[in-house]
Write a protein that binds this ligand. Structure first.
Ligand code: ZN
Length: 498
């Protein structure tokens, strides 16, 4: 529909045919005005402090990100997990000096982020604050301490609970522990977002586990992060997974990034004992000719098909640093290339792996309960904090491209706005309605596209003319005043009983 939208003091005041009196008018004929896009799955926990401009995201029209995903949140922090988090975020040069949700929020707010942030509390960080990164089961006393610590973060305003049951130390948790946390989450009415314990070989069992834990705890809403069937031999499991989701007596929602390649360290293709080595130790290990030759011989046993699914994304190894974006299959001896890279690149080479089915991606994106989530942190244009997967700069335009002609524009926009707002209880956001916050995007649908790929991943999206965050211009050629950073930390209304 065509309408005039009036905003004042950060809120939408009116939407209608009648042209209101205003101090400032923006003519938008021929363009589309949508609610600001909500990234249902982000990892800007520290990058939003280190680079609050969030260029990669605002250029796509993203005005809010749900952060703290996959069990990894930047709070609560204490002497048991601070060192680990410092190492993990070493690149960002950002002192981790806060302790709980409230003090983390102050560290973000002081930097004036360009977009709104809704942080989930991550189970891995939470568990590590009670039991470190050891592989032991929690005792009943430790479970109750973890519950109390979660309640504190939720009372302070954390958006919900996330888990990453594939990662340390969440992978050591059992159902008693998860159920106890979900029972503590339930009275707050907030979502549980899980990176399932398995997304491939044990996908069905992992969905069953997530559903059973929610039922046992009385938690009515389960959100599955980056829903996928990982690994070719698991591509056929999608129908069974969807049947399980449909028949579960719960509200189940999901998010997905619109790509079939994941990105991680190149070294994960090594046998387990070497893949788990820190990058520098691996480099040292391969300085020995005997070790290097043994590893090469091992890698040469891999079927040729394997190298077709693996793409070099970034390396500082001198002979290969101009070859980013190449498939390993394009080299005559991929095993020798890998060994040379690990030997000389002590900071660790990154690679993309295409283990996901393009057909399943399309099927998943069509599902009415699936929101768009980038699974990336906000990045600057330069590579100062490392190399992003192209999804960091292109997820939203790619989501639109893949669904264009399949779903209506209105439905595609709903999945990027009011659906994630409802999943994460982002009250007053995700729609263009009087009283709602003025998070708005003005864009040209014809021009809206991603310019990022694995060769040049840090390229801003095209087609977005203006982004308003809380009524203030955050990005765009049509911005009438100097660009400002006006994002907030979004906190749910606290229920009286709590
Ligand atoms: Zn994840």
């Amino acid at each position: 529909m065509q309408a005039n939208v009036q905003i004042s003091s950060g809120r939408i005041v009116s939407v209608g045919k009648k042209k209101p009196d205003s101090d400032l008018e923006i003519e938008a004929t021929g363009l589309a005005l949508t609610p600001g896009f909500i990234d249902a799955h982000g990892h800007s926990d520290i990058s939003i402090i280190a680079a609050p401009e969030a260029n990669s995201k605002v250029a796509q029209g993203i005005t809010t990100e749900v952060s703290g995903n996959c069990g990894l949140s930047p709070f609560p922090v204490n002497e048991l997990n601070r060192e680990h988090l410092k190492q993990l975020y070493e690149n960002y040069n950002c002192p981790i000096e806060w302790s709980d949700f409230s003090s983390y929020c102050r560290a973000v707010e002081i930097r004036c982020p360009a977009l709104n942030i809704a942080p989930l509390c991550g189970h891995n960080t939470l568990r590590a604050a009670i039991n470190g990164y050891s592989n032991s089961k929690l005792t009943p006393k430790q479970i109750s301490e973890t519950v109390t610590l979660l309640q504190t973060q939720l009372k302070q305003g954390a958006t919900g609970l996330s888990s990453g049951l594939l990662y340390t130390p969440g992978c050591f948790s059992n159902s008693d522990e998860i159920t106890a946390l979900l029972a503590a989450l339930m009275p707050f009415g907030r979502p549980y977002a899980t990176h399932l314990r398995s997304e491939g070989n044990q996908l069905i069992e992992a969905i069953e586990e997530a559903v059973d834990s929610c039922i046992a705890a009385g938690q009515p809403h389960l959100h599955i992060s980056h829903l996928k069937t990982s690994g070719k031999k698991n591509w056929g499991k999608l129908d069974e997974a969807l049947e399980l989701i449909n028949k579960a007596p719960l509200r189940i929602t999901a998010d997905r990034y619109p790509y079939t390649e994941s990105m991680t360290q190149l070294s994960i293709i090594l046998p387990d004992n070497l893949a788990s080595m820190p990058n520098e130790a691996l480099s040292d290990y391969l300085q020995s000719e005997i070790n290097a030759n043994t590893v090469k011989a091992e890698l040469r046993k891999y079927p040729a098909e394997r190298w077709q699914t693996c793409r070099l994304v970034s390396t500082s190894a001198p002979r290969f640093k101009t070859m980013n974006g190449k498939l390993l299959a394009e080299f005559s001896d991929p095993a020798a290339v890998c060994v040379e890279i690990w030997r000389t690149d002590r900071s660790g080479a990154m690679a993309a792996f295409s283990a996901m089915s393009p057909d399943n991606l399309r099927k998943i994106l069509r599902l009415e309960f699936v929101a768009c989530g980038s699974d990336e942190s906000a990045r600057p244009l330069d590579y100062s904090f490392g190399v992003s997967h192209p999804r960091g700069f292109g997820s939203f335009p790619e989501f639109v491209r893949l669904l264009n002609g399949i779903l209506s524009k209105e439905e595609i926009v709903r999945r990027m706005t009011s659906l994630p707002a409802s999943i994460f209880n982002l009250t007053g956001r995700g729609m263009i309605k009087p009283g709602y916050h003025a998070d708005l995007v003005l864009l040209d649908w014809q021009e809206y596209c991603s310019n990022a790929d694995f060769n040049t991943p840090h390229q801003l999206a095209s087609g977005v003319k203006l982004v308003l965050v809380n009524g203030i211009p955050a990005y765009g050629a049509a911005a009438p005043t100097p660009i400002a950073r006006s994002g907030k930390i979004l906190k749910p209304q606290l229920k009286e009983m709590l």
